[in-house]
Design a protein around this ligand. Sequence first.
Ligand SMILES: C[S@@+](CC[C@H](N)C(=O)[O-])C[C@H]1O[C@@H](n2cnc3c(N)ncnc32)[C@H](O)[C@@H]1O
Length: 177
Amino acid sequence: MLDDPARFVYLPPADVLALLDAPHGASVVDFGTGTGAYAFAIAKLRPDLRVVALDEQPQMIALLQKRLQTERGLTITPSGTGDLATLHRTAARVLAINVLHELGDTALRSLGALLAPAGKAVIIDWNAAVDRDVGPPRDHVYTVDEASDRLQASGFTVIAEHLFTYHYALVAQKAAT
Ligand SMILES: C[S@@+](CC[C@H](N)C(=O)[O-])C[C@H]1O[C@@H](n2cnc3c(N)ncnc32)[C@H](O)[C@@H]1O
């Protein structure tokens, strides 16, 4: 399902990239990358970026490594949660697609800790307010307001929001402490 091409119709990688607004040569962590569907698409559209494809499941990392052997020349580094400390404060952008509703508070704080000063997180997830035939049940995910409240409670300031067909997107920065 993660590699279903229909996803790129209702959540186009080019639109995700526009929201990311990553500076030239920036480091972008795709947090909870899964099979790397968006990490690979982004690395192809923006070869200047250094994409870190991070997932807690070793099976996903193995899949990414295998895919990188056939799709050579992409600047993608597969990483596990064991790499979180090394990646601390290194990311100009963190992307998380369909991940927020799976994250506990500790994991969400780990995501924020990856941001470099002035870095931005782009959090995209299924919108509980939208009736749809795809994705998890509506009571498993957040509305845009619930997601925004969750981020603010975890030390982020939400600076922009955007609605896709089935998803919301929130752009957030670490709140000044
Ligand atoms: C629904 S999948 C989305 C995958 C990918 N972002 C996409 O849209 O194709 C959620 C992924 O997040 C990963 N994940 C969940 N919690 C995580 C955590 N705390 N740290 C890293 N990855 C996590 C899961 O292992 C899974 O691969």
